[in-house]
Design a protein around this ligand. Structure first.
Ligand SMILES: Nc1ncnc2c1ncn2[C@@H]1O[C@H](COP(=O)(O)OP(=O)(O)OP(=O)(O)O)[C@@H](O)[C@H]1O
Length: 952
């Protein structure tokens, strides 16, 4: 019977009986067979003709080949994704850009030629004064690391070696089990004349964390936790006699590979030994201690000051002392803390007369005692007085705390909205503990400032109830240790502290000299180190600080072996038919670029370890102020890719600093001088193979004055100038360059004080200006300016699983926004700007108990805050975005290679190429004080405040 023919029965039944032939139609199902195992397999086949474009592109190589049979594909023809800017290769055979940065592209491979270990560049994590930090994949271990690629400049190279040495010491000798929150160094090598330092990969830094939290600060629990961990690190540094010199939120990174997440201290590029405090211009401004600011001698306690500033900032979300200039910085300190540095400090400090006037006799000032009247002999200058002295108005930043003192700032800080009353009471107690804690840290008198050990016993850290002002346990005074550290550097990529890296290990422990003719010995005199191992305030892990104050020193030696390899002498090869006469590549370049240079007698540049004898000093390594005077009117000009601090390395200050540093060492004749000399000497000796003099007997300054290093100094400055195309070189710097070599080095260079203002202390009149003062681009309007990036580049991973702080409404408005009835309940969104201070007129009535935010800044009008607009361009111009995809290592210990520093453990995969995009913060940790839900709108994880409070 025909299936389609109705039966003779009724129409209805005919309709219900009819059904299509299975052969013609089939029901369409999206279910796969696995999803519906019982259903009959019914595959819908759709034939789609591949679009023309797809066919062309998929088979493009064939297509090209058809078009042109000569065509041959090579991977090198692929377009490169540049990570470095500018990406035009103008130096180092085209490998480096104008800033001496290695030009990185995605998948660029850095190779440790010794071990053949390869590091495949995947992204740039950040960049700073010393170069770029790239996220790299290590195929060998299928893991990620962070590689800092140092600029191809001798001074950076040398200082980076110090970072390698110090970090190696800390890792291997002092913290082999990785319990003290110091970043791990895995490897280092030279590639294309760039020193590359391989670190464990960490996550975002604390500044970015605060930023992500809309500058609201973090919960007290987190502040306590981080404080404790930072103290662990600082105790280790104190134990090792090492000063970090640049502690700030940007240099404390999260390590989320462990749970709960930890922090780690990074960037030892400015660090120095406690007894080798040769630089007076250190620490980023906001975190700069009074003694550094005043030009007084300093110790590890300057890191404790910075630490105090950081703790306050973690709680407040804003820097405690956001000084727009050094004057402003000091003014804020005095205002917020009350009091001022003790007279014994002011009496001795070099820069006192820049900020203070003497109003009484200082003869009675002994051991911090006040004058006979019981009052200080010094009075801080007013703005007008400062202006009269310095012939310029000091930059004054905005008031964020409405002239409150520390206690008021902390206690008046808004509580989280809807916090139960009992929790408010609890928190208010912890806040009192915090105030007391901070007071012991941001203590003007460095001698009274708490040590890490003392601070770690404070109830704020231990969590014990705070009942009365804390009396720290006595710190056993440390006795000077006569010892030297011998640091060996293997030029071929093996740089290590020979077995006796520790000051505790006596005798000479050095590896055999490398075959390089450029190898040299640089003694690292450690004559007065207090860095006895395992002593004095070292932590008993997990239980806070221990109290072992033992093991005072021996008389071991520590020497630094630094090779002039790399930027300062390695990979030497003749170029351009220019003869190489006993010169480093830098000298070689100089020869090439300066026909007037005969190349003779030039010292290789890497000769000295500490003094940065070249005109390429990183900016923070400014010499003591009394030995040179740089005109304040010689601002640096930053290139678009050069952050303020970073750019300062190309600044006149940095160069001047290098030169005057050199002079200072020479004229002071302090132990470092011998280092310089020996270093120069040995360096020179190393160069003897090039046919130059092998004068080894460099004596004191006079000999130094005519040493090859000496000549090199100026010549290299010229080289720098040439390389920089003359841009950003101040008149002051040029003046130095044009000086006869003998004058530059051989004299105790003192430039005339252009201000012509009489100073009470002559040294002070020679002080170097705070670069923040002369930074032509500086504006405190930019205090909280985001980098020019927009929110669209936020990685979703930041917003996943991370609970920083709630977008939840605060009590009223923002933490610093006074709540009026109308603004109460306003969600303080980032685009409104975090703060706006009252004008004096606005401050008005005192805060009432019903108005917890009273006294804090008023909710700003958005239009008044271009600097916090998310789209506001960075004053730094084009910058990298810090990629947040970097994920940390899983493993935290284990040596990788005994010959090397420390290799990443096999499972240190911090994301791996196969698992990109995992949240850096996906450990479920709640960070924020107001947090109850994930952050949904996150500021770009860009680099930090490159300008504000930087060493620049
Ligand atoms: N181990 C790491 N893991 C992840 N990111 C890192 C790591 N080390 C450095 N970075 C990133 O690179 C940036 C620059 O690093 P670092 O501070 O060491 O360089 P620098 O040249 O010394 O900078 P600065 O100018 O602050 O002294 C850091 O702010 C951080 O964002």
């Amino acid at each position: 019977m025909d299936e389609l023919s109705p039966s003779p029965q009724s129409k209805d039944s005919a309709a219900s009986l009819w059904r299509p032939s299975q052969l013609v139609f089939g029901p369409y199902s999206t279910q796969t067979q696995s999803e519906a195992p019982n259903s009959k397999s019914q595959t819908l086949r759709v034939v789609v003709t591949k679009p023309f474009v797809a066919r062309l592109t998929k088979d493009i190589v064939e297509t090209y080949h058809i078009c042109n049979p000569q065509f041959k594909y090579s991977e090198e023809l692929n377009p490169k994704r540049y990570l470095t800017s500018p990406s035009i290769g103008v130096l180092n055979d085209g490998y480096d850009n104008v800033n001496s940065d290695l030009i990185l592209t995605v998948n660029f491979v850095l190779v440790n030629l010794d071990t053949q270990r390869r590091y495949v560049v995947k992204d740039v994590l950040g960049h700073g004064t010393f170069g770029q930090v790239a996220k790299c994949w290590v195929p060998e271990t299928n893991s990620f690391v962070a590689v800092k690629i140092i600029k191809n400049q001798p001074a950076y190279y040398q200082q980076a070696l110090v970072e390698v040495s110090i970090l190696t010491t800390l890792n291997k000798k002092y913290d082999p089990e990785d319990k003290h929150h110091i970043v791990r160094i895995y490897d280092h090598f030279v590639y294309h004349r760039h020193l590359c330092i391989c670190f464990e990969l960490l996550d975002t830094n604390l500044y970015e964390l605060i930023k992500i939290n809309h500058f609201r600060g973090l919960s007290l629990t987190i502040v306590q936790l981080f404080s404790k961990q930072i103290l662990h690190g600082l105790a280790l540094l104190k134990d090792a006699g090492i000063i970090h010199c640049d502690l700030k939120p940007e240099n404390i990174l999260l390590c989320t590979s462990v749970k709960p997440a930890e922090i780690k201290i990074i960037d030892f590029g400015s660090a120095c030994m406690e007894d080798r405090t040769v630089y007076s211009y250190i620490q980023s401004r906001y975190y700069r201690s009074p003694e550094v600011l005043l030009g007084y001698q300093y110790t590890t306690s300057i890191d404790m000051w910075s630490f105090g500033c950081i703790v306050a900032e973690l709680f407040l979300g804003l820097p405690l002392f956001p000084g727009a200039s050094e004057f402003d910085l000091l003014r804020r300190m005095i205002e917020i803390l009350g009091g001022q540095p003790p007279d014994c400090v002011l009496k001795e400090a070099k820069n006192t007369s820049k900020f203070f006037k003497c109003i009484r006799s200082v003869h009675n000032v002994e051991n911090g005692e006040l004058s006979a009247s019981g009052k200080s002999a010094y009075q801080a200058l007013t703005e007008e007085e400062y202006e009269a002295r310095e012939l310029k108005r000091p930059s004054i930043g905005k008031e964020y705390f409405n002239r409150m003192n520390l206690e008021e700032i902390v206690t008046n800080y808004p509580y989280r909205k809807n916090l139960p009353k009992e929790d408010v009471v609890k928190e208010s107690q912890i806040r009192l503990a915090l105030v007391d804690f901070l007071k012991g840290l941001v203590e003007f008198d460095p001698a009274k400032r708490w040590s890490p050990f003392q601070a770690s016993k404070h109830p704020f850290v231990t969590g014990e109830p705070f009942t009365r002002p804390y009396k720290p346990p006595l710190e056993t005074p440390r006795m000077p240790v006569a010892q030297n550290i011998r640091v060996d550097h293997h030029p071929g990529g093996g740089h290590w502290f020979a077995a006796g890296l520790s000051p505790n290990i006596p005798g000479r422990n050095r590896v055999s000299m490398h075959s390089s003719p450029h190898f040299q010995v640089v003694p690292y005199a450690h004559a007065n180190s207090y860095g006895s191992v395992g002593s004095h305030g070292s932590y008993n892990d997990g239980t806070g600080l221990g109290s072992s104050y033992g093991s005072y020193g021996d008389t071991s030696n520590v020497f630094a072996y630094y090779s002039p390899v790399g930027p300062s002498g390695m990979n030497m090869h003749a170029q351009g038919n220019v003869p190489m006469l006993g010169s480093s590549p830098d000298a070689r370049r100089r020869i090439i670029q300066y026909s007037h240079g005969n190349g003779l007698g030039m010292s290789p540049s890497a000769g000295s370890f500490a003094p940065l004898p070249l005109g390429t000093s990183p900016s923070q390594f400014t010499p003591p102020s009394s030995y040179s005077q740089v005109s304040a009117g010689s601002p640096g000009h930053y290139g678009p890719t050069s952050p303020a601090r970073g750019s300062c390395h190309g600044s006149p200050l940095g160069k001047m600093a290098a030169v005057s540093q050199f002079n200072r060492r020479k004229s002071w004749g302090y132990p470092g001088g011998s280092q310089t000399q020996e270093s120069s000497s040995s360096h020179w000796q190393g160069q003897a193979t090039d046919g130059t003099s092998s004068n080894q007997a460099e004596g004191n300054s006079q000999i130094l004055g005519s040493s090859p290093s000496h000549l090199h100094l100026n010549a290299n400055a010229g080289s720098w100038k040439q390389q920089r195309g003359g841009s950003g070189i101040s008149p002051g710097y040029l003046a130095i360059q044009s000086m006869p070599a003998s004058f530059t080095v051989g004299s105790n260079m003192q430039f005339p004080n252009t201000t012509g203002v009489a100073h009470e202390k002559p040294e002070a009149s020679l002080s170097l200006p705070d670069p923040g003062d002369w930074d032509p681009n500086y504006s405190d309007e930019l205090l909280l300016q985001e980098d020019g990036s927009d929110v669209s580049c936020f990685t979703t991973e930041f917003s996943q699983g991370m609970h920083l702080n709630s977008a939840e409404k605060l009590v009223g408005a923002g933490r610093f926004n006074r709540v009026s009835n109308t603004s109460a309940g306003l969600s303080f969104q980032r685009q409104n700007g975090p703060i706006q201070s009252y004008s004096h007129a606005e401050v008005g009535s005192p805060p009432s108990t019903n108005e917890p935010l009273a006294g804090y800044a008023r909710l700003p009008k958005p239009s008044h805050f271009p600097h916090i607009s998310q789209n506001s361009p960075s004053r730094l111009g084009q910058q990298y975005q810090r990629s947040s995809q970097g994920r940390p290592t899983n493993s935290r210990g284990g040596d990788w290679n005994h010959m090397k520093v420390q290799a990443p453990p096999p499972n240190f995969n911090s994301g791996g190429p196969l698992s990109p995009g995992n949240s850096s913060f996906s450990n479920g940790m709640s960070w924020g004080r107001r947090a109850s839900h994930p952050v949904t709108s996150i500021p770009p994880a860009s680099r930090g405040r490159k300008d504000y409070g930087r060493i620049a």
